[in-house]
Structures are given as C-alpha cells and as structure tokens.
Design a protein. Structure first.
Length: 222
C-alpha cells in the first residue's frame, strides 16, 4: 500500500492540560498521516480510551492525575501493539528511566517544536527511538554503569536478561511479599506487577512464580 493510500495512524492524546492537548491536536490535524481518535485528561480515562479506540500511538503525559507511568504500564500490558510516547515537561532521570522501563517507545519534552511531532511519530511507528539527544546521552551513561546483575541472567541456557524493575519484583517475591504489597512498595498497579511476574517466569523458563523464587534463592546462595 502506498503512503498516499495508507489509512492515517490513529493517535490518543492524554494530558490534563487542555491547551497542550489542543496544540498537539492542531499539529497532528494538519498532517494527513495522522488522525486524533481520542483525548483524555487523566489516567483512568486514558486507559479506557485506549481500550475503546485501540490507537496506533498513545501520547501520554506522565504527570497527569491518576499516574502517567501507571498508564504506560497498563496500556503496554493490554495493547502491546500500540506505540507509547511520553510527552512531558520532566527532564528528571528518574521519570525518564521509569517511562522506558514501563515500555515507552519514546520520551519527548513539551519544549519541542510541535511542528516536528508528525515526523517524530512517523519514525516511532517505523521502530525508531524518539528522544532528545541530551536524554539519549543520559541513557547511554546509565547503561554503562549498570550493575552486573543486569548483564547476567539468573537462569541458564536461553534465559533472557531481567530488567531492573523485574529484579525488584523478584527480590520482593523472594521476601514473601504479595502482589498487593509489591504494588504498594514499588508504586505500581497490581496488574502491572502481575505483568512483571509473568515476564520473569517466561524469561527464566520456569513454570511458576514459586519456581522463579526458588531459582533466585539458589543463585543468591552460590
């Protein structure tokens, strides 16, 4: 299908600041490659709009009521095919890394020239990263400082590497914490914790969370 004949990419805009939503909508409405399918002003509304509309791209503010990071987790878990791009005023490393760990495909600052937004989102849909150069440098610096446990999986053979967040969940499971307790400790939703546990079990190639904990304990004792 040619670019001219391709249906527009459907975009959800979630931000509690109405003028920002209007500016973003204006930037996308002027480009025939995109169609704004829904807007939301808080996290619950954003998740519901995503489930109802099944957008191709979700533009999310991480500081909106209800928790923007929680929204990233929820939409990523329920709609893994959707591209998630954070649009925020925060240049804080903690927000940046939390968003990426939650599954965001891009992290943009509201200070950007919104006229560039259609081109950036087109790149995201093609698999390109969307992030200011200064933030990319921070990510690279952090990666170089990663502790050995990131680089070496708990399991053997084809086991994939666990993320830092998955390690935190696994350690709390090994302490005997419940899903609800882990969610409260890590400031996540219980559904996000369950997604992490399922990922841990899959990556370690074990049949259950109990088996994952047992493997973790055996490796910790060696």
């Amino acid at each position: 299908m040619s670019a001219a004949a391709r249906p527009p990419r459907r975009v959800l805009i979630a931000d509690d600041h109405a003028p920002t939503r209007a500016d973003v909508r204006r930037a996308l409405d002027d480009d025939e490659r995109f169609e704004v399918c829904a807007e939301a002003a808080d996290a619950p509304a954003a998740v519901q709009a995503a489930l109802d509309e099944r957008p191709d791209i979700c533009l999310l503010d991480i500081r909106m009521p209800g928790g923007g990071l929680e929204t990233v987790w929820e939409i990523t878990a329920r709609l893994p095919e959707a591209k998630i791009v954070v649009l925020t005023v925060s240049e804080d490393d903690q927000d940046l890394f939390a968003a990426l760990q939650a599954g965001a495909d891009g992290y943009l600052l509201k200070t950007m020239d919104l006229n560039r937004l259609p081109a950036v989102l087109t790149g995201v849909y093609r698999g390109e990263a969307a992030m200011p150069r200064a933030l990319v440098a921070r990510v690279l610096q952090s990666f170089r400082r990663l502790e050995p446990r990131w680089r070496h999986p708990v399991g053997t053979g084809r086991a994939r590497r666990l993320t830092t967040r998955e390690w935190e969940v696994l350690e709390l499971l090994a302490e005997g914490r419940s899903t609800a307790e882990i969610a409260e400790r890590l400031v996540l939703s219980t559904s996000a914790v369950r997604v992490h546990i399922a990922s841990i079990v899959r990556k370690l190639g074990v049949p259950s969370r109990a088996a994952a904990v047992e493997l973790f304990r055996r490796r910790s004792d060696t």
